[in-house]
Ligand binder design. Sequence first.
Ligand code: PEP
Ligand code: MG
Length: 586
Amino acid sequence: MTDKDQNRDEITLKGIPASPGIAIGPAYVFHKDGPVVLERSINEQDVEQELKKLTSALAHAGKELEKIVEFAEKQLGSRQAKIFEAQLMILDDSVLFDSIRKRVRKELKNVEFIVREEIGKYHTLMQASKDEYTRERANDVEDVQNRILRNLQEQRLVSKIEGSHIIVSKNLAAADALVLSRNDVLGYVTEIGGATSHMVLLARALNIPAIVGLHNISTMIHKDDVIVFDGYNGTLVINPSAETRKKFEEKREEHREFEGHLTALRDLPAETLDGHRVQLSANVELEEELGFVKRQGADGIGLYRSETLLLGKEVFPAEEEQFKHYKNIAEGAFPKHVIIRTFDIGGDKLMAQAVKENNPFLGWRGIRVMLDMPNIFLHQLRAILRASAKKNISIMFPMVSHLKEVRKAKELLEVAKSQLAERKIPFDPDIQVGIMIEVPAAAVIADDLAREVSFLSIGTNDLIQYLLAVDRGNEIVSDLFQEFHPAVIRFLRRIIERGKSENVWVGMCGEMAGDPLATMLLLGLGLDEFSVVPHVLPEIKKIIRSVHYSEAKHLAEKVLTMETEDEIESYMKEVMKLKFPDIPLE
Ligand code: PEP
Ligand code: MG
């Protein structure tokens, strides 16, 4: 450490943990201001020259992206490279560039200005979306736009950095993260970005720690300032004291050791010490996550949120397009199993049509929407069926509250099957059907519903909000969203028992399944399948493999007699501290 670092006060900041790991080292502030574009009038005789510039900039941008795709394929495999192929497709969008050319001719304005306006329109729309995923994809569109503008201005981008550094930037596109990773990158820190951005997925795939959402960080840090950060909990310290630095170094060592143990668990089953086996699967939103999910040692995919295919689209994707996606997921996971959930739209998720509802969470959501649009539903059901030919897909219906909804959805599935059979298209005729238990009414009639299906998967994110009347996205009441509320625990017990009494397996794909504090309890309540966010999977496996089923059952019985959330939570914390002192709890 230099004198300069010792003389400055340390500053501790909190961001969003995005990719696990501890990073310690000097900062490199990566400035990525968008190119400055001014509006300029041109003469009619300069139009062709202006359009030539565009053709050449598109060719250069295309070459740059092709190199990035090639590099991504080598480093990460073809699945991750798809992110950049999508950017290449924007360059091939003839409708977009024809309209840009037309405008240059008609308005006699410089091409850079028109490019920024035209692509900027999409970017602004996507950025204004209520949906986090669409906002994240806006970065990709902006990245292509800036790449074209930079080439129009014949500027080059910095990509070589001497020495090991933590990259700090206002915003990093996935391509930046990838290109910079050719240097010795210790970590990524950005001001903007959520936990599902492509840059974050890449950082995880590359095993590089990352924190996002640290406002103003790029103006607070100067080149070569020493920083340390914790990608598990989002803490970052600028100019750490010798003592703080030592703490982070120790933590890095502990985590390396711990991760070493967890990696060793990868191929082992999620089985208790006394031989009780459960399924430990992953929740997936994007195809790009499949590599990471495999490396984490998942038994399969317990929830594929198919509605992510609708993001940024104004119309439902055609059967063929959907089929390709589902096939990629099924092949990527093969021979492991994938549960594809049919479009769960409405609520706080994107809507197919602009519908104004006073209470969208109590409105047109999930299966209700799809049953009201049987043709669109049939497209999706046929696409899923077609991808099921290798028999590793199940179908799951979200937001069920009535028995008749399940029956109707199954009827439509039969229609889809006979349409495919008529066309002699192969599919799995015995494809399993399950439903999500997210609405209290469905929990109450869980046994009746179970008789119609092969499995139940508990969606605690919605079930808790409906059971406790607490909007899952409302910060004002967020402390009332309690997974350890006795009503929740007793409800879970009821669903699991009712499902099992009808001989169907009962899983959970809500966030609670991935909370290490809840693992022993859920195991003891008899849950058969845990489907969790991929990064917590090894920890949950470790807990399951370190306890006896009998002791988990005993713990669950005890918890079921407790009267308050506080009592349950502190008891769980006590047990965890005693048994798993090395597992970090929130
Ligand atoms: C849930 O509600 O718990 C769930 C997994 O579905 P989503 O979070 O997609 O609503
Ligand atoms: Mg839900």
